[in-house]
Write a protein that binds this ligand. Structure first.
Ligand SMILES: Nc1ncnc2c1ncn2[C@@H]1O[C@H](COP(=O)(O)OP(=O)(O)OP(=O)(O)O)[C@@H](O)[C@H]1O
Ligand SMILES: [Mg+2]
Length: 254
């Protein structure tokens, strides 16, 4: 079953940069899709168009069959609730506890004033703890978020995204600021969520070795166009050079 369909999606920024050129692909429920490509190839623009943080210039985005390309207001809010977002820079509130940060992911179901004061119903606290459990960090629930390592903070960000019980997770280079061992740990949790909870994942990644290990399918962007679509194992040396340029050398992340 198709969860997301992107058809002829183009994005021209106000300064004239064409970041996406007629991008077409679809994602099946339960897939772990990696998006690869050089810096500036349009990966972040693509994810931001999908969750409508930026307006596509033309083309269509269908989510579960619904055209979400131009929805607004309440409809857009409901759509966004189904999609979790994870960024390179975790975006936690450092002086809040880990648990409080995770609970912030349930905004929308509680009043802003209650969230600022840390007043959350017991049922949500329970869910937050469960989500911290999933990313293996429940023992840190009551420490300040800024006392955690980068990898731990990213796992908190994942737990926060899980609070919406998203159908799809969009991750924009979630391990780009982490060391190799920590990158694997974070990717393993994403893989677990994908397989065990069934959450569809679209993840921008730099390292091909991570793509090969965790993704079920991959698309490559080059100057805003899809130049490759297939299984991670289909990325031969030749494709690699086509995607990244002749000068590029593959770097392994162990
Ligand atoms: N807000 C913006 N205004 C104008 N141009 C932009 C804006 N954001 C991105 N771009 C341009 O659009 C193109 C695609 O950028 P994007 O950030 O989507 O690439 P990326 O693949 O995510 O790169 P990276 O790997 O460095 O994160 C680039 O040429 C970039 O300079
Ligand atoms: Mg980017």
């Amino acid at each position: 079953m198709t969860i997301l369909e992107v058809r002829n999606l183009s994005k021209v920024y106000p300064n004239g940069t064409q970041a996406l050129k007629s991008v077409t692909f679809s994602v099946e429920k339960g897939e772990f899709l990696a998006v690869i490509g050089l810096s500036g190839s349009g990966k972040s623009t693509l994810l931001r168009c999908i969750n409508r943080l930026i307006e596509p210039t033309s083309g269509t985005i269908l989510f579960e069959g619904q055209d979400v390309t131009h929805i607004k207001g309440e409809e857009l809010r409901r759509y966004r609730q189904k999609i979790g977002m994870i960024f390179q820079q975790f975006n936690l509130i450092g002086r809040y506890s880990v648990l409080h940060n995770v609970l912030m992911g349930s905004l929308g179901s509680i009043r802003t004033i209650d969230s600022l004061l840390g007043r959350f119903p017991a049922s949500l606290r329970q869910l937050a703890l469960q989500n911290l459990e999933i990313v293996g960090i429940a023992d840190k629930a009551h420490v300040r978020a800024d006392s955690l390592s980068g990898g731990q903070q990213q796992r908190v960000a994942i737990a926060r995204a899980l609070m919406q019980e998203p159908l799809m997770l969009l991750a924009d280079e979630p391990v780009a600021s982490l060391d190799p061992a920590t990158s694997h740990s974070v990717m393993r949790y994403l893989g677990y969520i994908n397989r065990e909870i069934g959450t569809t994942i679209i993840c921008n990644l730099h390292f091909l070795s991570l793509v090969r290990e965790y993704a079920t399918r991959v698309i490559a962007l080059k100057e805003g166009e899809v130049v490759f679509e297939g299984a991670p194992t289909d990325i031969t040396e030749e494709w690699f050079r086509h995607i990244y340029g002749d000068e590029a050398v593959e770097v392994e992340i162990q």
